[in-house]
Design a protein around this ligand. Sequence first.
Ligand code: S3P
Length: 165
Amino acid sequence: MKTIFLIGFMGAGKTTVGQELALRMKRKFVDTDKEIIKQVRKEIAEIFAEEGEESFRLLETQLLKKMTPHLNAVVATGGGIILREENRLWMKENGFVFFLDTNPEEIKKRLEFDESRPLLKGDKEKNIKEMMAKRHSFYESTSHYVIDTTGKSPKMVADEIENCL
Ligand code: S3P
């Protein structure tokens, strides 16, 4: 079966839901951020600070293209994976893509004390709102299914995804 890609904004629950889903479906679980950290032996914030966002995006694309169906994986992607057109096209063609949709207020609550995401530095609330507004249509157009995660536990979201497959 095709690779299952979970896309959505930072803090949408892609990793937690992905782990649950992979366990249930007896699939390999891949978190693109964690793979990149392992590969370059640096935290995401360090990569952004030392090598720049473009270099991170390149690593992301290279990794994404390795997520072929024979891997039998559930892949939790970084929130910015949809920024590159080639990533959007690749996921849509090679996988089942689920957009975990979450409202900005919920994201703000979840990431209030998070310091690991370089793109949210500064005015977090403003950054979340602006980035979401820019990205929402990309998340929608890249996905085969949109799952509204508002008020739902990771298990409930995983149930919904399983029902779509
Ligand atoms: C990013 C999201 C992060 C990580 C990096 C950039 C983004 O992943 O890839 O900080 O541009 O939205 P999560 O969505 O897992 O937080």
